[in-house]
Design a protein. Structure first.
Length: 562
């Protein structure tokens, strides 16, 4: 049995070595001929592009169209001077397409050709069901401006008998989601209907409902767009596709889960414009800005940003990277996925063979000055990140904990020695995103009852009270108007807390894992907690008390241990 296992491992290693050699050969060939190289083995294939070259022709001439943006088509080929390959590409160009050529390996071509099975499996019972027009999405953006517009447009196309209705529905959904600034779209089958909801400023809002027949067609369409297998319905699948609006490429990440009634689909929208916030627009107060400026300017250390999924951690880290970027330093990122492309920075994306752990080890061989690791998920990544920070690198990363103090016991539970932690970790921060009140319709009201008791208690323990407005007796509440779609809120802002590693914190980390004791040890730093940061924003009219209470625990005993 042991011999069989050893042989299997050896064969796997040899197979992986051969695959790497083949990719290296393709990359060298690309350099020789001055053509771009791409590894398709870990990428989704755009089936709309793939179908432009018939399967028999693609296999015979060793080419594969793997991506299409409007009339631009990306085509992979084995040999740049092969006449029949060039002929296949010219046939595309004669149809009005602009073909961009890439050198790829045989493995990449095989990966692309596998998607032909999905195309053959898709029964096109309705003409036009496999089209999704970027131009139409752009036109609809001018029409679909509010929640009401989106609901009416989706309902209208759902009731239509037009053969293009499924594509039209998806175009309306994408246009509406982009127009409203939605972060994701949820399609959730229930007993008799399928519910569609959008997450607007972090809150799910119901848009409409579909019958199962319509949803079946929508589901197949999304799978084809995302490069997923149509015939698999009892396992989770993840894919992606892109749309181009106003010359800006927006990536859609699709997740499909088997459910009790049918598959549940979530489409996450990665719009670069919502992520590319400058450092000054994150909502930090002036004293925090000074702290961050000093910490990110250090040559080494580990800066961790914590919070749940969707709390804006990556956006903050991107802002830090843009702030420290300089032609004289090398910055490398390891992300899942790459959400926003930063010029002058080497960005890499994890895959099955390129994990956070292996990527971080490989990155260290590239002699970077600054490294960003998308997330510390396990002990191996934690240990490598800590090691990197101790050997002259500045490391940014994220971690899942409830608050800043929870960072220390979480890393210790991953096997990091408290002594080493004190020497490596420089900043532990936590953040949440709260919705901003609509400036057009917010209503000023007096603070009364339990709300006044809670706010007064927080005011008494708020560090840097000089930032508090003079009026402690009034706040603002949402009303709803046409500009905010009747929600009373528009956009989101960060509430944040920070603990710096200093002598007192090092001593505390060595002796206790109690978050209460860690917060006591950090009190001398005089840095606000998330609740304090949020209360100041409530009194300034930036957000509402109700919204802050929804996102942050305002009754935590450790807030008042002063």
């Amino acid at each position: 049995m042991a011999q069989f296992t050893d042989d299997t491992k050896r064969d796997e290693r040899l197979g992986e070595l051969r695959r790497r050699e083949e990719e290296q050969l393709a990359e060298m060939l690309a350099g020789k001929y001055g053509v771009d190289y791409v590894d398709l083995t870990n990428k989704s294939i755009d089936t709309d592009a793939l179908r432009l070259i018939p399967e028999d022709v693609a296999r015979a001439t060793e080419v594969a169209a793997f991506r299409k943006i409007n009339k631009k088509v990306f085509v992979g080929m084995r040999a740049p001077e092969r006449e029949d390959s060039i002929k296949s590409i010219r046939a595309l160009e004669s149809l009005g397409y602009e073909a961009r050529r890439f050198i790829v390996s045989r493995a990449s071509l095989e990966h692309a050709w596998e998607r032909f099975r999905d195309i053959s499996y898709a029964t096109e019972t309705e003409a036009g069901v496999l089209t999704l027009s970027n131009e139409t999405i752009q036109q609809m953006l001018a029409v679909v401006k509010t929640l009401k517009d989106l609901k009416e447009a989706v309902a209208g196309h759902s009731a239509s008998k037009d053969v293009h209705r499924v594509s039209r529905i998806l175009e309306v959904i994408m246009a509406g989601a982009l127009s409203l600034g939605a972060s994701d779209v949820h399609l959730e089958p229930e007993d008799e209907i399928v519910r569609m909801r959008c997450r607007l400023d972090g809150v799910l809002t119901e848009i409409t409902q579909f019958d199962f027949t319509t949803y079946g067609l929508i589901s197949s369409r999304i799978k084809l767009l995302s490069g997923l297998k149509l015939n698999i319905k009892n396992a989770a699948q993840d894919g992606r596709f892109s749309i181009v609006v106003n010359e800006k490429e927006i990536e859609i990440r699709s997740s499909v889960l088997p459910g009790a009634y049918a598959e549940t689909i979530v489409m996450r929208i990665l719009d670069p414009s919502t992520i590319a916030l400058p450092f000054e627009k994150l909502g930090f107060d002036s004293y925090l800005m000074k702290i961050f400026e000093a910490e990110i300017a250090k040559p080494n250390g580990l800066i961790l940003n914590t919070g749940p999924t969707g709390s804006g951690k990556t956006t903050t880290l991107y802002a830090f990277l843009r702030r420290v970027h300089d032609p004289g330093i090398k910055i490398v990122t390891i992300e899942d996925p790459i959400e926003y492309h930063l010029p002058g920075i080497v960005q890499t994306q994890v895959s099955k063979s390129y994990t956070f752990a292996s990527g971080l080890r490989s990155t260290l061989r590239q002699d970077p000055d600054i490294i960003m690791v998308g997330e510390i998920r396990d002990a191996e990544v934690a240990a490598t990140a800590v090691h990197a920070s101790l050997t002259g690198h500045l490391v940014f990363s994220t971690l899942h904990t409830n608050d800043a103090a929870g960072t220390f016991p979480r890393l210790i539970s991953m096997g990091i020695s408290p002594e080493i932690l004190g020497a490596s970790l420089t900043v532990a921060m936590a953040q949440r995103l709260v919705r901003k009140l609509c400036t057009n319709c917010a209503v000023k009201v007096p603070i009364e009852g339990d709300t006044k008791v809670a706010i007064d208690a927080l005011i008494k323990t708020t560090p840097h009270p000089e930032d508090l407005p003079e009026d402690h007796g009034s706040m603002w509440i949402p009303k709803g108007c046409e500009k905010c779609g009747g929600l009373g809120y528009k956009g989101r802002i960060t509430v944040v807390e920070v603990i710096l590693m200093d002598r007192e914190m090092e001593a505390a980390v060595r002796t206790t894992s109690s978050e209460r004791e860690l917060w006591k040890a950090a009190q001398h730093q005089d840095i606000r907690r998330m609740a304090h940061d949020g209360v100041i924003k409530v009194l300034r009219g930036v957000t509402s008390f109700e919204e802050l209470d929804r996102m942050v625990n305002l009754h935590d005993d450790t807030l008042f241990d002063r």
